[in-house]
Design a binder for this molecule. Structure first.
Ligand SMILES: C[S@@+](CC[C@H](N)C(=O)[O-])C[C@H]1O[C@@H](n2cnc3c(N)ncnc32)[C@H](O)[C@@H]1O
Length: 293
């Protein structure tokens, strides 16, 4: 068994809201006779170990690459998203947990067997890249009979836009997406490493972030005209942009919630989007209430 250290008070916040939504979602699928027809999935594409140890110090550093959020002395063991979803009063019919770290996936497997033995048969754990595994899983489903909540909880910019459009195209998925507010990556003068720029293209699924977050102004100086690059990468602008992007492929998109570290710096936008024409309206109402409360 390995320990997984990440997050801070904003992680509690995120997981509490996810928990509330999952309870409400399962309520709909157990109480509404028409909804009962569907088999429901909970999919956690960055599943971790099922538990998390909280750091003693709240000095969080967000790593937009593939690294870790924090590393400090640890104190508590708390339930992570996977265990929260397994511990619901009315569990889902199926669970898919995707985790690229073999050790974390094995710890999660042990935890499922030890803590949720009666649900073990409903659980699939895949050691894989979230983007690849999700797209494959979407293509294997019968969306006339199945519905899902997908939770994307990456450390940083790991989710590819084509994964988001694949999820939306199923018309059967409600998505919770922890989107990185990458203000640090968006450099002041727009001059950035080509690899970072490429990652932003893949993250947003468009090169338009360049014109959205940067503009060029010409100014006359004693030495002639000079071009100045101005950055408009405020948290609100990034938040608005990702919501607009989600709106291009989902039926309904909630106003997201900004999650901050102890120094009040924005880390992520907790986004919600619904892809089912009929279910989107009630889903959005519930999610928006949860995001605002
Ligand atoms: C923030 S943690 C997830 C925490 C989890 N949702 C919880 O509440 O316990 C992110 C996890 O994603 C995994 N990960 C990172 N990149 C991945 C990828 N491309 N595909 C699948 N898992 C990935 C990491 O190993 C890590 O366990």
């Amino acid at each position: 068994m390995i320990e997984h250290v990440f997050g801070g008070s904003w992680t509690e916040d995120k997981l509490r809201r996810l928990h509330e939504y999952l309870i409400a979602y399962r309520n709909i699928f157990t109480s509404n006779p028409r909804a009962r027809y569907f088999k429901t999935w909970y999919v956690d594409a960055f599943a971790g170990t099922g538990s998390r140890s909280t750091p003693k110090s709240a000095s969080l550093q967000l790593d937009y690459g593939d690294g870790y959020l924090v590393d400090d002395d640890t104190s508590n063991f708390l339930d992570g998203s996977a265990k929260i979803a397994l511990g619901l009063p009315s569990p889902f019919d199926h669970y898919l947990f995707i985790e690229e770290s073999r050790k974390r996936a094995e710890t999660l497997q042990e935890s499922v067997l030890a803590d949720f033995p009666t649900l073990a048969e409903r659980v699939q754990i895949e050691i894989a890249d979230a983007n690849l595994a999700l797209c494959e899983w979407c293509s294997e489903r019968d969306w006339s009979k199945e519905r899902a909540v997908v939770f994307l909880d990456p450390y940083g910019m790991q989710v590819e836009w084509k994964t988001i459009t694949t999820l939306a195209a199923t018309k059967g998925i409600d998505l919770w997406y922890l989107f990185p507010i990458a203000t640090r990556v968006l450099t002041r003068d727009g001059d950035m490493d080509k690899q970072w720029a490429k990652r932003l293209d893949v993250l947003f699924g468009t090169p338009d972030w360049r014109s959205r977050f940067y503009s060029t102004r010409k100014a006359e100086t004693l030495f002639g005209p000079v071009e100045n690059v101005e950055r408009d990468a405020t948290e609100q602008n990034i938040q608005n942009f990702i919501e607009e992007r989600l709106d291009t492929c989902f039926v309904a998109v909630a106003r997201s919630r900004i999650l901050r570290n102890s120094k009040s710096s924005p880390l992520f936008a907790l986004c919600f989007a619904a892809s089912n024409e009929k279910g989107a309206k009630p889903a959005l109402k519930i999610a928006q209430y949860i995001l605002e409360s």
